[in-house]
Design a protein around this ligand. Structure first.
Ligand SMILES: [Zn+2]
Length: 226
């Protein structure tokens, strides 16, 4: 398969290098005087590798740049909720059928959203932990909300359960999986087969949620990776 080069960037360098951007675009860095046919031959010799990298990049959607403007959408329990900027509103950010942010809160919009997600995470996760604890007889110490990026949850030796606020961007069954995972750690601290058997007992279809999180975890953010 041949490769489409999006841009050749020439500079004072001695070798040719290929860069695949996260949006799948192919950039080639080359010495100022390198002949075009040499560049093409080099790219051609790497075509399998390039196409594989492009495929990988395109499977991961590019995260949108957050601008906090009318019509932009934000994830809440797996649903896309649109944002509306309003002029007169006492509370910085509210959620009805859409998010309404007060115009004067816009300069701190990211922080305002993070605070909203934190408070929402505390409410939702507290409910779910309570529900599953009562159902299965778990005893925990307390719940903490963190802003961890990839550590969705943890369980301390004293039974403090920590969860990142980013989790409530995911569908509820994903939240439930992480809650159940951490509750199972109250009884079994490691990730042994016995632990996974316990998780499966509490949530037979847990694997789907575990895979979802692995694949989609990076979209649970207010940041862009541009
Ligand atoms: Zn674990």
């Amino acid at each position: 398969m041949s490769v489409i080069i999006d841009q050749v960037i020439r500079s004072r360098r001695k070798t040719i290098a290929i860069i695949i951007h996260h949006d799948g675009k192919v950039f080639v860095r080359a010495p100022i005087k390198a002949p075009q046919r040499l560049i093409l031959a080099f790219v051609d010799s790497k075509s399998d590798w390039i196409n594989e990298k492009k495929k990988q990049a395109l499977q991961h959607p590019v995260l949108p740049v957050r601008r906090f403007v009318d019509g932009e959408s934000f994830l809440v329990l797996g649903k896309e909720i649109q944002l509306r900027v309003v002029e007169n509103q006492k509370i910085a950010l509210t959620l009805g059928t859409e998010f309404c942010i007060s115009q004067i809160a816009l300069p701190q919009a990211r922080k305002v959203f993070e605070n909203w997600y934190r408070a929402y995470a505390m409410k939702i996760i507290n409910d779910r932990v309570e529900y599953f604890s009562r159902q299965h007889g778990f005893r925990y110490e307390k719940i903490r909300i963190t802003s961890a990026r990839t550590r969705w949850g943890s369980c301390s030796s004293r039974g403090t359960l920590s969860f990142t606020w980013r989790l409530v961007m995911a569908p509820l069954e994903i939240v439930d999986y992480v809650v159940i995972h951490e509750l199972a750690h109250i009884r079994i601290k490691n990730h042994s087969p016995i632990f996974w058997a316990e998780v499966a007992r509490l949530m037979p279809a847990y694997k789907q949620s575990k895979d979802w999180l692995k694949k989609n975890g990076r979209i649970l953010t207010l940041d862009s990776d541009g």
